[in-house]
Design a protein around this ligand. Sequence first.
Ligand SMILES: *Cc1c(COP(=O)(O)O)cnc(C)c1O
Length: 221
Amino acid sequence: MDKLQFDSLKARLASADVELVAVSKLRSPEAVKPLYDFGQRIFGENRVQELLEKKAGMEALGCQGLRWHLIGHLQRNKVKYIIDFVELIHGVDSLDLLQEINKQAQKKNRKVACLLQFHVAQEETKFGLDFEEARALLQSPAYAAMQNINIVGIMGMASNTADATQVQREFAQLNNYFHLLKAEFFGDRPDFKWRSMGMSGDYELAISEGSNMVRIGSLLF
Ligand SMILES: *Cc1c(COP(=O)(O)O)cnc(C)c1O
């Protein structure tokens, strides 16, 4: 994508008040650098090891002020490698993982922003909570005791299907979960505001169903 196309995408997203996470996975630092030069600062990776390598590689190219999001499934034993710099962890799908994030964040004296990931797609393989699991997590004494995490919204992926009606229905369901949780648990918390949904192939549908954070990879490259 050249600068003109990038600016036009950014303008489209800005008009809907949607944040762009540029998904840099599987691209070299050299391939990602042009996006940085266009002004992009938020980058998403789905694997911890690659995130660390990409971060180092881009810094070596002189990129500063990068804001890293972990968008994929996160294993508990890898939390410690990203905890001192990660800006947002999108894929929180268990109390155990949240406890580990809290524990590591405490060591670094940080408060780390997280999204609860929901499973709404048809595919069995996609990670995520169902709605009652999320409620149970948020009602648990363990969650109440956590001082070093901040849940700022939800994340999800729609089914990988050409059926736009179904994709739209799944995004609507995610948005509905967001509003239900907000009403029950986060009513007075303006920082609980993010709906991370939509990728290259379905971000317009996601925005029409309430997304305000899209994770776009292939379209940018
Ligand atoms: C790869 C990935 C994306 C971006 O997908 P594209 O189709 O390349 O835009 C978004 N979210 C997650 C969790 C991903 O792993």
